[in-house]
Design a binder for this molecule. Structure first.
Ligand code: IFM
Length: 442
């Protein structure tokens, strides 16, 4: 394997990555599918949230999105045209169980089976995520993730999907970014259900991890051959000056270790537990043991770092994406080496990495997104370097396959390798897509 250098004039090739390294692209159900009321799908918390005035900055919703539900075959061809080896997608729970429990909707299962069969027929590995935030509304009506019962229902949903598709997919991840579906959703109020309570958020986080553990157990019993794991969004914290070290530790502990600890060590980080005081979740004996199921992989989503004690925009050479997030590939290097140092780490897949920029379709019919090419190149180089220094990292999924519904930011933020004209649903490969294909097929 060639030693990757930080010299950007030295282009990356497959040879910079371990043999069998997988290059993929990722999406999630609510962000691309549309067809929210078709074929028996029940309402989700995101349908409800979008209907509340002021929640989504452009006032949009997921009813049409990228119309992927109706364009499945041509979208599969489009993925194949990228030359990637894998596609990560999520299953919408309310398509499978419209009420979150009980009755199973065959049309929902059949849709994802067509998707998985279509990927396999095209030689693309399917990587399935069970929960990317579209909770059935009926389960929110009993408290959502603040209710312990929902963890039990999640395990049953996981069993249903894995019994049908587990033998046809390469991996199954239980949850995508539980920090977002707990803290961002129940404490910071930015995502559905949009509440503002720290105890509720910590209860939600606890039940999400419990649901993960119960689902892992149920899926293991099925022994389908799929690799089983979970996806976390991890964000290393840096202190801008020595006097901010303690705050940086707190920030990283709350964001990363609160989830990594129960999953990989069977314990919450003691310092953060004490910091949360009376807000900590109600635990039943045995919960931590359930959460710490052996993982076949850890999915890592990385976008940026947290800088504590300063505003990064004041730093020389600072660059921000359209989300206002700092471009900081060194954070991914630090994250991967810290994970290896601090935890008994299973194999890692980078399940999301990417950037939003205000892309435009040019008169020449192309989208010249040079900043995205540079962002992806720098982060992929960090991954190659981490692999070279001994981190067992096996895959990289660019976020995202195509522009899509960026949650509370609606359709205004474009993360895709493929440009979507929402008026016509026409898809156009951006320069970054051509660049990524050249790398993946090099
Ligand atoms: O679009 C999201 C995705 O759903 C989860 N991870 C972060 C992405 C960009 O914000």
């Amino acid at each position: 394997m060639a030693i990757p250098t930080s010299n950007t004039s030295n282009p990356l090739t497959r040879a910079d990555f371990p043999a069998n390294f997988i290059f993929g692209v990722a999406t999630s159900s609510f962000q691309i599918e549309g067809a929210t009321f078709e074929d028996g799908r029940g309402p989700s918390i995101w349908d409800t949230f979008c209907a509340e005035p002021g929640r989504i900055s452009d006032g949009s919703n997921g009813e049409v999105a990228c119309d992927h539900y109706h364009r499945l075959e041509s979208d599969l061809d489009m993925i194949q045209s990228l030359g990637v080896g894998a596609y990560r997608f999520s299953v919408a729970w309310p398509r499978i169980q419209p009420s979150g429990t009980g009755e199973v909707n065959e049309a929902g299962l059949a849709f994802y089976e067509r998707l998985v069969d279509g990927l396999n027929a095209r030689g693309i590995e399917p990587h399935l995520t069970l929960y990317h935030w579209d909770l059935p509304q009926k389960l929110q009506d009993i408290g959502g993730w603040t209710s312990r019962e929902v963890a039990v229902h999640f395990a049953e949903y996981a069993r249903i999907v894995t019994a049908r598709l587990g033998h046809k997919v390469r991996s199954v991840a239980t949850l995508n970014e539980p920090w977002c579906s707990s803290i961002l959703s129940y404490q910071l109020g930015e995502h559905a259900p949009g509440t503002h309570s720290r105890p509720a958020a910590l209860a939600a986080a606890h039940h999400l991890l419990l649901g993960h553990g119960l689902a892992m157990r149920a899926m293991r019993k099925l022994a389908t051959g799929a690799q089983l794991g979970i996806v976390l969004n991890l964000t290393p914290a840096y202190a801008a000056a020595p006097e901010f070290e303690a705050q940086a530790r707190l920030a990283e502990g709350r964001f990363d270790d609160w989830f990594l600890g129960p999953l990989l060590r069977g314990e919450y980080p003691q310092d953060i537990w004490e910091h949360y005081g009376a807000d900590v979740p109600q635990m039943h004996s045995g919960d931590l043991g359930i959460m710490a199921q052996p993982l076949d992989f850890l999915g890592v989503n990385y976008y940026s770092r947290q800088l504590i004690g300063a505003d990064f925009s004041g730093l020389p050479g600072a660059e921000a994406t359209d989300m206002g997030w700092e471009v900081y590939p060194q954070g991914l290097s630090k994250l991967l080496s810290d994970l290896k140092r601090d935890y008994d780490l299973p194999p890692v897949m980078i399940t999301e990495n990417g950037a939003a920029f205000p892309d435009v379709l040019s008169a020449d019919g192309r989208v010249h997104d040079a900043r995205r090419v540079s962002y992806l190149g720098a982060h992929l180089r960090a991954v190659a370097e981490a692999a070279h220094s001994g981190v067992d990292v096996r895959a990289y999924f660019a976020w995202s396959l195509m522009d899509n519904f960026e949650w509370a930011k609606g359709y205004e933020k474009r993360f895709g390798l493929i440009y979507v004209d929402y008026a016509t649903q026409q898809r156009t490969l951006k320069d970054s897509a051509h660049w990524y294909r050249a790398l993946a097929t090099s």
